[in-house]
Ligand binder design. Structure first.
Ligand SMILES: [Zn+2]
Length: 240
């Protein structure tokens, strides 16, 4: 009888969020990688409202770069909020934690390979992604060299063309997480994913917004024209 009581007690308590544990990501080509799928409550801790469009993604953070799970989650949650304003909900997000050897923690955007058209480390790291993952794939890494911006993305020229693993990828330097912003809700991860979704560059306007070319004018607000372009992106998935 006492045993039954003990078994019954936890059911009476508030149901905890079912958070998946990290498990070895053996299908990948990374020597040290673990992954887990994020629960909807982790993406939207306040309330998960249905969205008209769904975005699935893979987010990888380099623990020794030195990203942490909490910092990666902060970027992902800000991104979820920013895109929700465009009726796009993050749905299936695989979070991957990695250990990378020092030479692979930085990309140099000024040194692009002739054959791939991307920096060598972008190709090398992307080629370790297992087939069948959700794109876009965002790497939270140690550094982005070769330009003033601490983040970069590489998008496929044509959605129906060949898709080498390094296209539709985003690369965020650790320093981008810490840069002081006028808008605390802004996220460099959202900014890079926005480039991939809209297949567009920056737009200079008098108002602050997500894809402004000037750092002081970056904000979490998305221009209506960019929302429209996101919603037409082949990277989005049907919601049902
Ligand atoms: Zn940009």
């Amino acid at each position: 009888m006492a045993l039954l009581l003990r078994i019954g007690l936890p059911a009476a308590a508030a149901a905890p969020i079912a958070v998946a544990q990290f498990a070895p990501w053996r299908e990948s080509g990374f020597a040290q990688a673990e992954s887990r799928l994020l629960a909807a409550e982790e993406l939207y801790p306040k309330a998960d409202r249905p969205a008209a469009f769904a975005l699935n993604a893979t987010v990888l953070f380099a623990r020794d770069a030195p990203w942490s799970e909490a910092r990666a989650m902060s970027q992902i949650r800000k991104t979820a909020e920013i895109f929700r304003a465009c009726e796009i909900g993050l749905r299936r997000v695989r979070l991957v934690r990695l250990r990378l050897p020092k030479p692979l923690r930085t990309i140099d955007t000024a040194a692009v390979e002739t054959a791939s058209g991307v920096p060598e480390n972008v190709r090398i790291l992307s080629e370790r992604l297992p087939p069948g993952i959700d794109y876009p794939a965002a790497f939270l890494i140690g550094g982005v060299r070769g330009e003033a911006s601490p983040a970069r993305s590489y998008r496929a020229a044509a959605p129906d063309g060949p898709h080498p693993p390094y296209l539709d990828t985003a690369w965020i330097a650790y320093r981008a997480h810490w840069i002081a912003r006028k808008d605390d809700l802004y996220s460099p991860l959202a900014h890079e994913l926005a480039h991939l979704l809209c297949a567009c560059g920056h737009k200079k306007t008098a108002e602050r917004h997500l894809l402004h070319p000037a750092r002081n004018f970056l904000s979490s607000r998305v221009l209506p024209e960019h929302c429209e372009r996101f919603q037409a992106s082949p990277l989005l998935s049907p919601t049902n």
